[in-house]
Design a protein around this ligand. Structure first.
Ligand code: EPZ
Length: 438
């Protein structure tokens, strides 16, 4: 690409970011959330399924896809690899008959780390892959060493050159991959790669998130033979021919959890349709400890009611089924209202307290001691201009705005649009006083 084109793209890029940057949310606090709210399809389940379509030629249809920037980024990356993708409304049709590239470039990968999920499928399909190292993000260094060590175990040759992972393999051989940490996308990458390995691959200390089960279901519908997803040991019988399939993505458990916390924080009475109880047990346990009433409703869905002062709790994040790190920031906003001191220990990411200083600007009394936050609940947040720093911190600031006295202005909400579909409309429909303004 000539320099002038690159400059032009960078100009457009920065104008777009400026446009996104100018958007912000205005929230007037003090309203209870009451009514019914819908949960969209799960972003972190959809993303690996999109990359899994690279494993074999053919036409795939995936439905219940949320309208999110991360999904659009993945669509753009698949197109750049040569797939034909039609992303209309909440469905996507993907045809991966002719791939024309095996490279995931930096300018796409830097906007979405999950692009690292292109590695496994490209290696399985083409025998080679060139994927930019994702680099860190606001919440941490986000290394991918475990992904790469697992791939080497199956016979992949890997070198790191100019910020890219250069990977190639002649023949994939099944083996045992033991993860020292249960990595979600690392588990997903090895599952996809191992479908084409000769013989059996076993993943030990695998991540147990519901999104891993979704990927197993999708791959098995494609003809793979995988078992054990949801447990710490996953077995993949490799080598079989795979075929395209159709799939409907499960509801987003983190979006559901975010709405549960918002309902509890505002003392509301909210029905969260299609929320799956079994995906949220650690969060439900902690909210009930706070004094929140949570019950299953017929079919899938939960009813969340909070009509007494919230009690303080102690939370420690961990891999599924422990308390999800992706709901930590949202829970911290709620705990500013509890009568007493709560603690949150963040065990997954080394820098996932960026929302603390923003909550402090709103009057929250929070002390940080390493990876532990002490939240001295004083119930006295006041509206202020604040800045979103990452996806879940944005949700935390919205919840804080809902319970603060006065108006809160949340800036840099392009972070929010990566993972929440029309959140301000959904919240407005259940009583929130919230508007998106340019
Ligand atoms: C997934 O990220 C999610 N993203 C994250 O959601 C989520 O916060 C995270 O899992 C933890 O639940 C997607 O699924 C697309 P990890 P992932 O590998 O896979 C360390 C959101 O908000 N690690 O499970 O990148 C790592 O540093 C996002 O939607 C290594 O050291 O997370 C972290 O401390 C944010 N080496 C821990 O493991 C590796 O090779 C867990 O990370 C890989 C990970």
């Amino acid at each position: 690409m000539s320099l002038s084109n690159k400059t032009l793209i960078n100009e457009i890029d920065s104008l777009l970011l400026l446009e996104f940057d100018l958007q912000r949310l205005l929230i007037k606090g003090g309203v209870r959330l009451v009514g019914e709210i819908n949960v969209s399809g799960a972003k972190n389940a959809a993303l690996p399924l999109f990359f899994a379509t690279l494993l074999t030629p053919g036409k795939f249809e995936i439905t219940n896809i949320p309208r999110l920037r991360d999904i659009q980024t993945t669509v753009d990356l698949l197109k750049q690899l040569g797939a034909e993708v039609d992303y209309t409304d909440h469905s996507v049709n993907i045809s991966t008959d002719d791939l024309k590239s095996h490279e995931a470039p930096y300018d796409l990968v830097r906007t979405m780390r999950a692009s690292v999920l292109a590695l496994g499928p490209l290696l399985a399909r083409c025998g080679k892959a060139r994927v930019s190292l994702p680099g860190g993000c606001a919440i941490g260094a986000r290394p991918i060493n475990l992904h790469l060590e697992g791939m080497k175990k199956l016979g992949v040759k890997i070198s790191l050159e100019n910020g890219y992972v250069e990977a190639a393999v002649d023949s994939l051989k099944g083996d045992t991959v033991h993860f020292s940490l249960p990595t979600v996308t690392g588990t997903e990458n090895i599952m996809m790669l191992a479908t084409k390995a000769e013989g059996t691959t076993i993943i030990e200390n695998a991540a147990k998130e519901p999104e891993i089960i979704e990927l197993q279901n999708f791959l098995n519908q494609m003809g793979a033979k995988i078992s054990g997803a949801g447990t710490s040991k996953i077995t993949i019988q490799g080598g079989d021919k795979l075929k395209p399939t159709k799939y409907k993505v499960m509801p987003d458990r983190i979006e559901a959890g975010t709405f549960m916390i918002a309902a509890a924080a505002t003392g509301g009475d909210l029905i969260i349709k299609n929320a799956v109880y079994e995906h949220l047990t650690a969060l439900i346990t902690k909210l009930e400890e706070c004094g929140v009433k949570i019950e299953k409703i017929k079919g899938d869905g939960l009813r969340v009611r909070a009509y007494e002062p919230l009690k303080p709790v102690n939370i420690s994040t961990g891999p599924f089924p422990d308390f999800p790190t992706d709901c930590q920031a949202q829970m911290m906003a709620l705990l500013t209202k509890a009568k007493g001191t709560s603690t949150i220990v963040e065990n997954i990411f080394e820098n996932r307290f960026m929302h603390v200083q923003e909550l402090q600007r709103m009057g929250a009394n929070i002390e940080l001691r390493g990876n532990t936050a002490l939240i001295h609940g004083n119930g006295g947040l006041t509206g202020a201009p604040v800045m979103a720093t990452d996806l879940r911190a944005s949700a935390s600031l919205i919840i804080a705005g809902l319970i603060a006295n006065g108006v809160t202005e949340v800036n840099r909400i392009y972070h929010l649009d990566r993972g929440y579909e029309k959140i301000e409309e959904k919240l407005k429909n259940v009583g929130a006083n919230i508007d998106r303004v340019n």
